[in-house]
Design a protein around this ligand. Structure first.
Ligand code: NDP
Length: 500
């Protein structure tokens, strides 16, 4: 760690991780840094706690998770303040984030039994003398590794579903947001004081790596694509399964029949909320020729009105100071290669803040179009028609979310986006719909949090067949006779031999 203290950059002092505000440098908290042995011990304790937790059954867990939900809701202002202090996020954005997370806790708690609980499944003629039984059993302990940009919503998106499924969770918050992570864990301990069912281990990347090697049943990772590869490599050593929620470069498509005011409003929010530090944030727009100029004017006029600064502003500081260099490089490169800043530009980077920047005429192969910027910037590109827009939107290896504005074709266009999610006539909204799975394709990761798929990520399918009658046509036994085999052949032809 660096000796010069840059506000917002975490430092380790006397074995403690010290977290500070990127805006003011004020301390948000300090937490003991875990060693690899500490991580192993935390996982061992969690394993025992997990057995107790699983033993509570769906009803017992639901009741406790709903109490946690209520506590989070009652103390939403306090948590939003802490999110603001530690990461710089405007309090209003913090409230929206926490509200969304609370909704996920609520849904996961209420639906775990229906989705994961034991049930009979239909049998088919071939094994009609058996009944089928299916349930999803917990892994034991889930390791949750989270990023700093949504320090409540993101870990809860995994942890709430993992807990509802009957697992204990060991959570490694980002080194930039340990205070928020610890706060969530402490509130959980208030409603589940008996055992350490949800615990946190703090530190830098090596603590996350230790968690991957600790023997947890599964790792739910949210962070950059580069770190995801390291996580997978560490997990590969012990065949530990991994869920990967990685970065994105989400595109928005504006069709000729779009409501341009609504599109501009949603675009500005989708691109600039949380100072653009959003995995599913809109970073590129493809607007068809007929509406391009009007759309750009509307975006610039709305984005230009936003306030930037510490308390009460629309756009707060960049949480991770090192990211300022990335944002600056993307803007500089775009301008150097012929792009035009119709709002902001290179001078918009004023550490720790970046003012809204809208770039047009940026070449498609520039870093501002191809790489995750993670700042309050946006490229808007003119396209011939929606087909060209889809082609360009799909040209990157990322594929997280996306957005389409339009009327006639919008849903069809959304389906053609190579992404795990898309919003029609809005941006980012799929993240808040707890009934919908959340996750990406390609470099954006694999596996799903949220919704039924999200619950199933945290349970292993357990399949059971149970005999209910004698087999009329024995097949899976050495007792079968040549006559039985002849009957099986006949049955196979009868059942499956037809062309339709
Ligand atoms: P990083 O990949 O840098 O870090 C993510 C987490 O992994 C942190 O807790 C980090 O710890 C930890 N970590 C670092 N190195 C290792 C390692 N070798 N083994 C195990 N864990 C490790 O991502 P950021 O925190 O910078 O988050 C931003 C990224 O997250 C963006 O790319 C964004 O798009 C993505 N993201 C994706 C979301 C999604 O749902 N798809 C949601 C939110 C963000 P430490 O902080 O201590 O280094």
């Amino acid at each position: 760690m660096t000796a010069v203290h840059v506000p917002g950059t975490p430092v380790v002092e006397d074995g403690r991780l010290v977290s500070t505000s990127p805006a003011t440098g004020a301390e948000a908290g300090r937490f003991p840094v875990a060693t690899a042995e500490d991580v192993d011990q935390a996982v061992a304790r969690a394993r025992a706690a997990g057995e107790w937790w699983a033993g509570l059954g769906f009803t017992g867990r639901r009741e406790r998770l709903l109490r946690w939900r209520s506590l989070l809701a009652r103390r939403i202002e306090e948590l939003a303040e802490l999110v603001h202090t530690e990461g710089g996020k405007p309090v209003g954005d913090g409230v929206v984030e926490i509200l969304t997370a609370i909704e996920h806790v609520d849904w996961a708690a209420r639906n775990a039994r229906r989705v994961l609980g034991p049930r009979r499944v239909r049998t088919r003629l071939i094994l009609a003398e058996f009944t089928g039984h299916l349930e999803y059993q917990p892994y034991g302990v889930i390791g949750v590794i989270g990023p700093w940009n949504y320090p409540v919503f993101t870990p809860i998106g995994s942890a709430a579903y993992a807990l509802a499924a009957g697992n204990a969770v060991v959570f490694k918050p980002s080194e930039y947001t340990p205070a928020v992570g610890q706060w969530l864990v402490d509130r959980f301990a208030e409603v589940v004081p008996e055992h350490p069912v949800l615990t946190a281990v703090h530190g830098l990347g090596d603590v996350g790596a230790a968690l991957c090697r600790s023997g947890v049943g599964k790792v739910a990772f949210t962070g950059s694509t580069a770190t995801a590869k390291k996580v997978m490599a560490a997990c590969a050593e012990s065949l530990t399964p991994v869920l990967v929620e990685a970065g994105g470069k989400d595109a928005m498509i504006v069709d000729a029949d779009a409501d341009l005011d609504a599109a501009a409003e949603a675009c500005v929010w989708g691109a600039l909320t949380n100072a653009g530090q959003t995995c599913i944030g809109i970073e590129r727009v493809y607007a068809v020729d007929q509406v391009f100029d009007t759309f750009v004017d509307k975006v610039v006029s709305r984005a230009g009105r936003l306030t930037v600064g510490p308390d009460g502003a629309d756009i707060g500081p960049i949480t991770m100071p090192a990211q300022l260099d990335v944002i600056r490089r993307h803007i500089d490169d775009a301008v150097a290669r012929g792009g035009k800043a119709v709002l902001g530009g290179p001078e918009a980077v004023q550490p720790p803040y970046v003012h809204p920047t809208v770039l047009v005429d940026v070449p498609e192969d520039s870093v501002a179009v191809r790489e995750e910027t993670f700042g309050p910037t946006l490229t808007v590109t003119r396209v011939r028609d929606v087909d060209e827009a889809v082609e360009r939107a799909n040209a990157l290896s990322y594929g997280l979310g996306g957005s389409v504005f339009g009327r006639k074709r919008a849903l069809a266009v959304a389906r053609r986006l190579r992404s795990g999610m898309a919003a029609v006539n809005s941006t980012l909204t799929f993240a808040g719909m707890s009934t919908l799975p959340f996750g990406g394709v390609g470099d954006s990761g694999f596996g799903r949090i949220h919704g039924e798929d999200g619950l199933r990520e945290f349970g292993r399918a357990k399949s059971i067949t149970r005999r209910r009658a004698r087999s009329l046509l024995p097949s899976m036994t050495f007792e079968r006779t040549p006559a039985d085999v002849a009957r099986l052949v006949k049955a196979a032809k009868l059942m499956y031999g037809r062309s339709r």
